[in-house]
Design a protein around this ligand. Structure first.
Ligand code: PHE
Length: 444
């Protein structure tokens, strides 16, 4: 492997690419339905706690493993811990990437369909958004076609390379999505009755704590931050030597959480304001499940002047946010095959595309299969991966490497004081917390 590995070109581009991986359907589609299911504010409290206590430290861990090894997810363990079983953690990550792509691409297809419905004006004519969504679900060939389109689109970006494809797209589109979400929040909050949604999101009702809320929130934290499968590791292998890893992890996590909260502040206030039966709104939100976003948000648009333009813009940006995430997922799998199995990028990519198309078609055909992939990845595979990554960085990895990476070889003073806390979290706090939540989730 003498071929020079690419790196990201600029600081902004690099943060944008990592944030682009994190911000995606996980924030805008998955977060609201998990929040509804988890009882609103309670879920959000547990979710944010997970991000603070082990999300950010784990992201730093992935960053330092990736940058110090400058290799793909499995190769990184191979380099830092030669001839040990640690490489299986990387391999599990690659497999997880496949599994996530297998259902995520189907949802990407839905966003494309809603974009088309917005542009053609047919979404404006809809009166029952739940039926509208179910009609799409019932049309299997259409779902498969849209999914396949998205898989090929992602592959195109992967093929055109790191710097050009990933970085350039992320840098422009992320800020636009952010601005649009803010506009939508303002609009949603101005609806009469929006208050109920805000209360649901931010006023905890401790009587309603479900036993599954911890595992669900932890899974969502991993999923949303792209952690536990070597994705941030792979991206960090393209980071420059002077990138401040801790600061980048904090920036990416804050951005990601903000986008999720903004999405919640669009969806819940609109749902509460626009419902015709306020008594059953919470159970309706829960029942919305994976369709929640595609049922409530079009309802909000229909209340707005120029609804077609707004909804077209929203679904386009959503598709783009999803694209920067699918690119990161597909990159993990492709660079793994390319480097570990020594095949050309093109060949590796072809293999990935075929695999994802097969899984995606199965998820489009069977909602059960879709759910299994979703649950298995977020609630089992990512946390297990995260557990081992934290054990690796906390116990196995040479302290010297950790220190050099965190301080950029002594240049970042803050890194030194952070070192002790960091090693405590990765050695004890994160692994124990993940294990406990896991066991509790299995029994509960
Ligand atoms: N974080 C992405 C999202 O929220 C999904 C993802 C998970 C991407 C894991 C990469 C790795 O949409």
């Amino acid at each position: 492997m003498n071929e020079k590995r690419s790196t990201f070109g600029s600081k902004l581009g690099m943060v944008a690419a990592a944030a682009g991986s994190a911000v995606g359907l996980g924030n805008i589609w998955r977060f609201p339905s998990e929040t509804a299911d988890g009882g609103g504010a309670i879920f959000i409290i547990v979710y944010i706690t997970c991000i603070l206590f082990f999300g950010i430290p784990l992201m730093v861990a992935e960053f330092l493993i990736g940058r110090s090894s400058r290799a793909n997810a499995a190769g990184a363990f191979h380099k830092l811990a030669p001839d040990t079983p640690w490489k299986w953690v990387g391999r599990l990550g690659v497999l997880t990437g496949f599994v996530i792509l297998g259902f995520y691409m189907v949802v990407c297809g839905w966003t494309v369909d809603y974009f088309i419905q917005s542009v053609t004006g047919s979404l404006k004519e809809v009166s029952d958004f739940s039926t509208n969504f179910n009609t799409l679900l019932a049309n299997r060939p259409k779902q498969i076609g849209l999914m396949a389109f998205f898989v090929l689109l992602t592959a195109y970006f992967i093929f055109s390379g790191v710097q050009k494809g990933i970085e350039r797209s992320a840098k422009i589109m992320m800020p636009v999505l952010f601005l649009l979400l803010i506009v939508l929040v303002v609009r949603a909050l101005s609806l009469e009755g929006a208050r109920g949604g805000i209360d649901f999101l931010f006023k905890p009702d401790f009587q309603e704590v479900k036993s599954t809320v911890f595992l669900d929130a932890m899974g969502q934290a991993f999923f949303s931050l792209s952690l536990g499968m070597g994705c941030m590791m792979t991206y960090a292998s393209y980071f420059k030597d002077n990138t401040n890893l801790t600061a980048t992890a904090v920036q990416v996590s804050v951005l990601d959480t903000l986008v999720a909260l903004l999405a919640g502040m669009v969806i819940f206030p609109s749902a509460f304001a626009l419902t015709t039966n306020p008594d059953t709104i919470v159970s309706e939100l829960v029942a919305g499940g994976p369709g929640l976003l595609f049922i409530t948000v079009p309802g909000l648009f229909n209340q707005m002047e120029g609804s077609m333009i707004w909804s077209a813009m929203f679904f386009l940006l959503l598709a783009i946010a999803a694209l920067t995430s699918t690119i990161s997922l597909m990159e993990v799998v492709t660079i793994y095959i390319q480097e570990e199995h020594k095949v050309s990028r093109k060949k590796g990519l072809l293999f990935v595309v075929i695999g994802v198309l097969a899984l995606g078609a199965l998820s489009a055909l069977s909602p059960q299969f879709f759910n299994i992939l979703d649950m298995a990845s977020a609630k089992i595979m990512l946390p297990v991966g995260g557990l081992f990554i934290s054990l690796f960085a906390g116990w196995y990895l040479d302290k010297k490497i950790v220190q050099v990476e965190l301080t950029n070889d002594g240049k970042i003073k803050f890194g030194i004081s952070f070192l002790k806390t960091y090693s405590f979290i990765l050695k004890f706090l994160a692994p124990v917390a993940i294990l406990l939540i896991f066991l509790y989730g299995l029994i509960g």
